[in-house]
Design a protein around this ligand. Structure first.
Ligand code: EPZ
Length: 427
């Protein structure tokens, strides 16, 4: 199993190009199922989760073909052509779904396009139970018949789906995406209330519009979709990854370095950047991209509560906790989205952090220095928090089980090494 060895103490200085957003790419790939015409997605990131989704879609009969764009852009923006002209199957088997929860995103499109779907229930994961009951209730509201058997979701709508009003009792990102995709081919009007409005949800909606879907309210918590008989193909460029953007901003901050983040968008992270400024980091939108400058900064503790967009993103909670471990004073982090998203705490403590977890809240006393240690990665964002801690720690750290990292960060070592990190992958 691969591990990372990091020699801490170097500043992270330089320019980092941000890749396409994983959490937009995954539902966008599922959109291809809705049409018999090809969907071209550009700026697709090179990640294990993308490869897993390709295997899942090919198992359904979707042909997936990579192409490198001819533009001189560096690194070359990769694009993926997905063609669901002739679907072979409506079954997503356990051995494919267990690798990645986001496989649930084929449920809505398969049901809408073929009238049936048999999808393995996704397992939980390190950060919580992560049920999919809202996906199921929403599709039932649209007329689907759904039952669970032997760990599989059996869904059918032989007469097609009917437009309906569905109010989410809690905000769900992939729940919103699943129902949004299904509603584009339902008969009549669907209104999704208390819907998620993350940029990735809006990116999916914009792609569906390009495919001929009728959607109003994009970017708000109420989406109104007027179903159509069929969707066309489209070409769509995936938005930048805001979580990768925030992650490398913390890499500069925690090492008192200075980076420019390119190929990304400032307005996706207003809450996060506001907290980074409170901590004492200079954050500025400049013509080349986003400047993050922490040279000679005094990092100060702060209070953070994760919430849905546009609030502070839960996917940046672990990363900012690593930063607060070496920020002066007392900080408090409250996690409101997932019930168990503090798996990084015990590992940061092994590096010398002073963190006291109490239920959904952690109190952090900043220390002047973390120390290298052997640590264990547990989930994607917890893993990268350990990388960030190791970058500023005194001495060498070894991070085990880094396959989690490969799911969500494209060329992580390469991007960090190019900015001064002493980091190597050990197979
Ligand atoms: C998406 O997960 C993201 N994944 C997650 O990113 C992200 O952390 C999460 O949204 C929250 O923003 C993708 O987009 C592929 P939810 P999702 O449905 O959709 C509960 C990463 O690191 N819930 O918004 O699965 C759920 O348990 C990943 O990139 C139900 O109870 O999350 C959670 O407590 C991690 N029933 C809350 O809602 C349901 O049917 C929000 O979950 C669905 C969700």
């Amino acid at each position: 199993m691969d591990k990372l060895r990091i020699q801490g103490g170097n500043q992270i200085n330089g320019t980092i190009a941000i890749s396409g957003a994983k959490n937009a790419a995954l539902p966008l790939m599922a959109c291809s199922i809705l049409s018999q015409h090809p969907l071209h997605l550009s700026n697709i990131p090179d990640l294990a989760d993308i490869t897993s989704t390709i295997h899942l879609l090919e198992n359904l009969g979707v042909t997936c073909t990579y192409a490198n764009s001819s533009s001189s852009a560096l690194p070359p923006l990769r694009s993926l052509c997905l063609n669901a002209g002739s679907l072979l199957s409506s079954t997503a088997p356990y051995e494919l779904v267990r690798k990645m929860r986001a496989s649930i995103l084929v449920l809505g499109p398969l049901l809408a396009r073929t009238g049936e779907a048999v999808i393995s229930l996704p397992g939980g994961c390190a950060i919580g139970m992560r049920p999919v009951d809202l996906h199921i209730k929403g599709l039932e509201a649209m007329g689907a018949t759904i039952y669970l058997d032997n760990g599989y979701i059996h869904a059918s709508a032989p007469q097609g789906l009917q437009g309906a009003d569905y109010t989410f009792p809690i905000v769900s990102v992939t729940g919103t995406e699943n129902l949004l995709m299904a509603a584009t081919l339902a008969k009549g009007r669907t209104r999704l209330l208390n819907a998620a409005c993350e940029p990735e949800v809006s990116d999916v909606a914009h792609c569906l519009q390009a495919m001929g879907a009728h959607i109003e309210g994009i970017g708000t918590n109420t989406l109104t979709i007027q179903g159509v008989d069929a969707l066309s193909g489209a070409t769509h460029s995936i938005i930048p990854d805001r979580i990768e953007t925030g992650t490398y901003a913390v890499a500069a901050a925690i090492t008192k370095g200075r980076v420019i983040l390119t190929h990304t968008q400032f307005d996706f992270l207003m809450s996060f950047f506001s907290h980074l400024k409170d901590i004492g980091v200079r954050v500025e939108e400049i013509p080349e991209g986003i400047l993050i400058d922490a040279t000679n900064a005094t990092l100060r503790g702060t209070h953070i509560t994760t919430t849905h967009y546009p609030g502070f993103p839960t996917d940046l909670q672990a990363q900012v906790m690593a930063l607060l471990c070496v920020s002066e004073g007392t900080s408090v982090i409250t996690e409101t989205i997932f019930e168990n998203r503090f798996m990084h705490v015990s590992e940061l403590i092994r590096m010398g952090a002073h963190i006291i977890p109490q239920g959904s809240t952690c109190t952090i006393e900043g220390v002047s220095q973390l120390h290298g240690a052997e640590v264990m990665a547990t989930d994607l964002r917890a893993s990268v928090a350990l990388v960030l801690g190791a970058l500023c720690a005194e001495g060498t750290s070894t991070i085990n089980r880094i396959y989690h990292l490969d799911r969500g960060y494209e060329r992580l070592e390469e991007k960090l090494r190019a900015c001064g990190a002493v980091i190597e992958r050990i197979s």
